[in-house]
Ligand binder design. Sequence first.
Ligand code: GDP
Ligand code: IMO
Ligand code: MG
Length: 434
Amino acid sequence: MKNRGLNLKALDGSCTVVVGCQWGDEGKGKIVDVLASDVDIIARYQGGANAGHTVHVGDHHVVLHQVPSGVLHADKRCLLGNGVVVDLAQFFGELDGLVRRGVDHNGRIGLSTRAHVVFPYHMALDLAAEAAADRKIGTTGRGIGPAYEAKTGRRGVRVADLLERARGEERIAQGIEWARGQLGRLGADPDLAGTVAEAMTVAARVPEVATDVGDEIARALAADKRVLLEGAQGTALDVDHGTYPFVTSSNTTAGAAAVGAGIGPTMIDSVIGVVKAYTTRVGNGPLPTAFDEAMDERIRELGAEFGATTGRPRRCGWFDAAVVAYAARVNGLTGIAVTKLDVLDTLPEIRIATGYRLRDRGDLPFPAASWELARVEPVYETLPGWQSPTTEVRSLRGLPRNARAYLHRIEELVDTPIAMVSVGTRRSQIIREP
Ligand code: GDP
Ligand code: IMO
Ligand code: MG
């Protein structure tokens, strides 16, 4: 990067995917909000209210769970694609909350008629399964796993089903009946009596947002408009590519963006990976570069590392280039956006894990098995810190030399050009200039 500067070409084209490259909470909301000023449509393609995407603009410090992170831009269309699972009560509550905060989204929100709906019985199943499990995943408790299970089990209720009252009621009632059997086996007996009536009351608002998201995006691209596809969670939480079974229940990676937005893969031009300048993880599962206790607390404090959805403390660790290089491959990244560089401003030394080693097997790529990842030893190299504030820096050359060297090393190890660097929570705290 010393010679090349920022690679702005990484953002070329009309349709860009923004994807998390670690275990979620990389700062996707912040990056999407920044990039949203250059596009016409922002669409979520998977996940649901398990996501918590923080956007900080002026007096607004908003955590978005289901509404795309472009919503604070007054003129952008924000869509939820077919790959999303939507909790309608939470979703409309989120929209109403935005109005109360002065964010006018009238006519700007669209929800795919093919998206699956999360009901209270999915949440009850999520909580009951966790309570009963010997090996707990540490889910967000938002019903995400059971809703995707219902989808692939062909028992799900889609937004389109709710547009016809009788069909909606019948599908939900069937879902409840199935859930009751499961809940009984898990030793749970939640009160689901009012579920159908409550769900249909909320569903009355669906026609105001229901749309064919894929069709909208395809038309927009044909009219030379620009589209951002916003991922939730991160590559290491992907149900195929992540640290299974300690993952979420959807494909979070860029390949899922086409499927979950309802367009063809040839319509996507670029993929930006969001990468925290260190590593965090919330929920259970291995974290090879985890800090020792003192450092863990220090970075959690400096980086405000508490879950945006659940408030749980995030475990923190050194930058893990093995995970991010793996993410670069499975997502086909064209560029990366490094966030939270400022959190490292005070450290005298910073470590990077360049790979993994196993005592009996030598060097190892990012393994398929979680139990193996739990046993690896990271191979570290140590770089000098920069020990000066970066929060007001707005160009790459304005960064301290050691900060540039740190970014350069990340770029080298991940073998992907850096397109932007974030140095604070606010929209303005971004480096996009060489
Ligand atoms: P997401 O789920 O990927 O959108 O990330 P979250 O919003 O859950 O977590 C990222 C947190 O880091 C939020 O509190 C952001 O406000 C904050 N954040 C994002 N970028 C930066 C940055 O460059 N510096 C600092 N200090 N905080 C940031
Ligand atoms: P954003 O979009 C971080 C984690 C949970 C748990 C696992 C499964 O804000 O980056 P789930 O409720 O999805 O069944 O939980 O995935 N998880 C996240 N961790 N950021 C997220 O979203 C997450 N969404 C789910 O903590 O370990
Ligand atoms: Mg988050």
